[in-house]
Ligand binder design. Structure first.
Ligand code: AG3
Length: 283
């Protein structure tokens, strides 16, 4: 926390990119070292509550809808009939809540390594956890990489990888070996989507290698959907989606246009717009 004369600030410094983003803090609500990571919770002045893991913004009350909606709905509306969903990471349950809005979903399993993230989300982000009691929801605390290795072939329709940055525990979630396990776990028309960092800061270092690894693992098609996310480095973030059966550029436009649930950002036009690729995205 940086202190100036009349305000406290939390700043995530992204040193490799020479940039930082700050939120004004009212008070620190919680801090702990879990078995896996350092977790901090703050009350901000204008963004609601804030969760920080190992110094990096995970979410704020105010802007998490952008990320969680874009991590869920494009993939779910790309699959023709998503019934079985696995979320790797996502311990704050925000992605799980969005997934459960889809009436076709029969089972949504969240696999996060750190139960403390979920317990703190229940306390400080109760709105994200409001669907945790849904009979279709299952929370499992364990290693997502191992879970995917052990998954029954063809047993999942959509895989959502809602991870931290590809350093430390999440590094293995950005590898061809992991994508091969995802590919095997998915059914014929399976779709996976992975949070893929900033188009501005990480195109060459993360997004391009991710596409190569997904294709090498057997996925027929992949596309990166950029979206705004103010609290993450550069304020511009992305989700990269890959299809086992093929085409991830077309989706259930009519169903998305007539969605039966409320969102704050996602709609059919936003989905279509996110598929438009910046000139610097190559192939
Ligand atoms: N998603 C975290 C994405 C990475 C953020 N990176 C950063 N701030 N440097 C997990 C939390 C949302 N469910």
């Amino acid at each position: 926390m940086i202190t100036d004369s009349d305000a406290n600030w939390f700043t995530e410094i992204y040193s490799q990119g020479g940039c930082a983003y700050s939120l004004q803090i009212r008070e620190k609500l919680h801090e702990e070292q879990s078995p896996y990571q350092r977790i901090e919770i703050y009350a901000t002045t204008h963004f609601g509550n804030l969760m920080v893991i190992d110094g990096c913004y995970m979410l704020t009350t105010r802007d998490n809808f952008l990320y969680h909606e874009m991590m869920s709905h494009p993939a779910l509306f790309t699959h023709p009939n998503p019934r079985r969903v696995a979320i790797i990471g996502g311990g704050d349950c925000g992605t799980l809540r969005e997934v459960l809005k889809h009436p076709s979903v029969e089972h949504a399993l969240q696999v996060d390594i750190d139960e403390r993230v979920t317990r703190l989300a229940e306390q400080y982000f109760p709105e994200l956890c409001e669907s945790n009691g849904d009979p279709r929801a299952e929370l499992y605390f364990g290693d997502g990489i191992q879970w995917m290795k052990d998954a029954e072939p063809g047993s999942v329709d959509v895989i959502i990888v809602d991870s931290t940055d590809p350093v430390g525990p999440a590094e293995g979630l950005f590898t061809e070996a992991f994508f091969r396990d995802c590919h095997r776990a998915l059914g014929e028309q399976g779709v996976m989507v992975q949070q893929s960092e900033s188009p501005l800061l990480h195109y060459e270092s993360i997004i391009q290698p991710l596409h190569r690894a997904m294709r090498a693992a057997g996925f027929a098609d992949s596309v990166t959907l950029p979206f705004p996310q103010p609290c993450y480095p550069s304020g511009w973030w992305s989700a990269t989606m890959a299809g086992k059966g093929g085409d991830v550029l077309s989706f259930r436009v009519t169903d998305a246009g007539q969605k039966t649930f409320a969102t704050r950002y996602y709609n059919a036009a936003i989905h279509q717009g996110a598929l438009a690729q910046p000139e610097f995205f190559q192939g």
